[in-house]
Design a protein around this ligand. Structure first.
Ligand SMILES: [Zn+2]
Length: 213
């Protein structure tokens, strides 16, 4: 997965019209698989198995997530946007590691490698890059229900890191992606080794955040 911030204009958060107009005018098929709007609404423009040109050579293997910034990338992602990005990444089972330049699994950002960013812009911007490292990557791999069986102290610690998502949560993202939400819920129901997994998750998060023990 490669994260972006909207370089182009958007129509109330949607990029569909912008990209369709660009194709009509120039024949260029650029885009992204997802757009995450400021209110957390997710639009999916293409199946994740399809190649979409969003990051030059990185487009060969990476899913692209665009994020609404209303032409101001110094504006931080909203909480709802971060939640939605995490939901997409967890649905795609993106592991909490940096995506390598020539492929594999993990999370990257547009300007990470020159081969992904031949036009040398700063996408996704310093502010959003910090949020990606501090607020998105530590949450990857955590299922919503995992949080409910943690000991109170750990739960409190994690609650402070991000809003607790609950089973049956509804919202713009859930409403526009009922199938994705179903996938997430199904996966939770099938997980038997929750306790071990949660312990491993906690350790990983603490290590990531530099917290001892
Ligand atoms: Zn970009």
């Amino acid at each position: 997965m490669i994260a972006h911030t909207n370089g182009g204009g958007s129509d109330q958060g949607s990029l569909l019209g912008f990209w369709n107009n660009r194709f009509a005018e120039t024949g260029e098929r650029v885009g992204a698989h997802f757009q995450v709007m400021s209110d957390g609404t997710i639009e999916q423009y293409a199946d994740t198995d399809l190649r979409i040109d969003h990051a030059f050579d990185g487009s060969r293997f990476a899913v692209g997530i665009e994020t609404q910034d209303d032409n101001d990338p110094s504006r931080p992602w909203t909480k709802a946007q971060i939640d939605a990005i995490v939901d997409i990444c967890n649905w795609l089972e993106v592991p909490p590691q940096q995506l390598a330049e020539h492929g594999g699994d993990g999370i990257g950002w547009h300007r990470l490698h020159d081969s992904w960013n031949k036009s040398h812009h700063t996408c996704p911007g310093d502010v959003r890059l910090q949020q990606l490292k501090q607020s998105v990557i530590p949450r990857l791999g955590l299922e919503r229900e995992d949080l409910s069986i943690m000991d109170p102290e750990t739960k409190k610690f994690l609650d402070a890191q991000f809003r607790l998502l609950r089973l049956g949560d509804v919202g713009p993202g859930a409403e526009t992606h009922p199938n994705n939400l179903q996938d997430i819920l199904r996966k939770i129901n099938e997980t038997d080794d929750k306790v071990d997994k949660v312990q491993a998750d906690i350790l990983r998060i603490k290590q990531h955040l530099g917290i001892p023990g």
